[in-house]
Design a binder for this molecule. Structure first.
Ligand code: URA
Length: 298
């Protein structure tokens, strides 16, 4: 059985699955991803040729307030248009310069080795989430991994166990990794934007993201993966500092600190939304292409 077939089977889709028209999409329960469902979606990747062509596209570095993504099917042969992002507030506010205490904290985190970083996350009291957490969820996996997966924030199970993606969404994530020939802890490091659970799984607040981002930034710098796969709208918009809907962020190679970033749907959303499961496979194919290309150039 092909990897694609195994992936779709793991997601509960038979090999005969045929993509439905966009207006067949069911009502999504998750508001955040439903925004993406409602947004215009680029033409799905048709096959290896398109994926390869996409992977060959120049990597787009994340920049606050600037939208520079290369469309899945380029409309301009030379360069993608650069346009101003909408004047909505970003999840990660560009804001004023951090005060000296915050700048000092960020500099200290940026210099930490793994043991200090681990301890800093475990003992963090920089935002109110420390008061309601059971465990800070540092992240898990191979610290020299070529793949890094970034989710949103711990949920109830993750808060209790201190490990990311251990609930139902985590099982699906493990299946997705398996279909790629990867496994949790083997050449993959999994982390979240937020290390502590927002009570009741509410959306993270910008101030919480701002306090937690230095930890993720340092994790990424220490792992130096070949590719980062971002799971879901919130993580994608936070990491890439954009308000662009996930449907438009998919299918494009972005960059974070010079590392290629591929965006896909959150596994919890995929559990509810049959129509987007095959798209997640396309995203992972793109990520693999990017990973392999990065390896070839290493
Ligand atoms: N959802 C996430 O984004 N991260 C987790 O760790 C669990 C659920």
């Amino acid at each position: 059985m092909s990897r694609r077939a195994r992936f779709l089977e793991a997601l509960g889709i038979t090999a005969e699955w045929v993509p439905r028209a966009r207006d067949d999409a069911p009502q999504a329960e998750v508001v955040s991803e439903a925004v993406a469902v409602a947004a215009p979606v680029a033409t799905p990747v048709a096959g290896p040729v398109t994926v390869a062509a996409q992977a060959a596209a120049p990597v787009v570095e994340a920049a606050p307030a600037i939208e520079t993504a290369i469309p899945l099917v380029p409309v301009a042969p030379v360069a993608a248009p650069v346009s101003r992002a909408p004047a909505e507030p970003s999840l990660v506010p560009a804001g004023p310069e951090p005060d000296s205490a915050q700048a000092g904290r960020e500099a200290a985190i940026a210099a930490m080795a793994w043991p200090a970083l681990d301890a800093a996350v475990a003992g963090c009291t920089a935002c109110g989430l420390c008061q309601t957490r059971t465990n800070a969820v540092f992240g898990v996996g191979d610290r020299q991994a070529e793949w890094m997966l970034v989710g949103e924030a711990p949920g109830e199970n993750e808060d209790l166990q201190g490990e990311p993606f251990v609930g139902q969404a985590g099982k699906l994530l493990d299946n997705m990794l398996g279909a790629l020939g990867l496994a949790r802890g083997r050449n993959v490091f999994i982390a979240n934007v937020l290390k502590c659970r927002p009570p009741g799984n509410r959306n993270p607040e910008p101030a919480e993201v701002a306090q937690c981002e230095p930890f993720l930034r340092r994790q990424i710098a220490l792992v130096r993966p070949r590719v980062i796969v971002v799971l879901g709208r919130f993580a994608a918009q936070s990491l890439l500092r954009t308000t662009t809907p996930i449907g438009k962020l998919r299918g494009t190679v972005h960059a974070y600190e010079g590392i290629p970033v591929v965006v896909t749907y959150h596994p919890a959303y995929l559990l509810r939304t049959l129509t987007d499961k095959a798209r997640a496979w396309e995203d992972l194919c793109l990520a693999r292409e990017v990973h392999d290309r990065a390896g070839a150039g290493a």
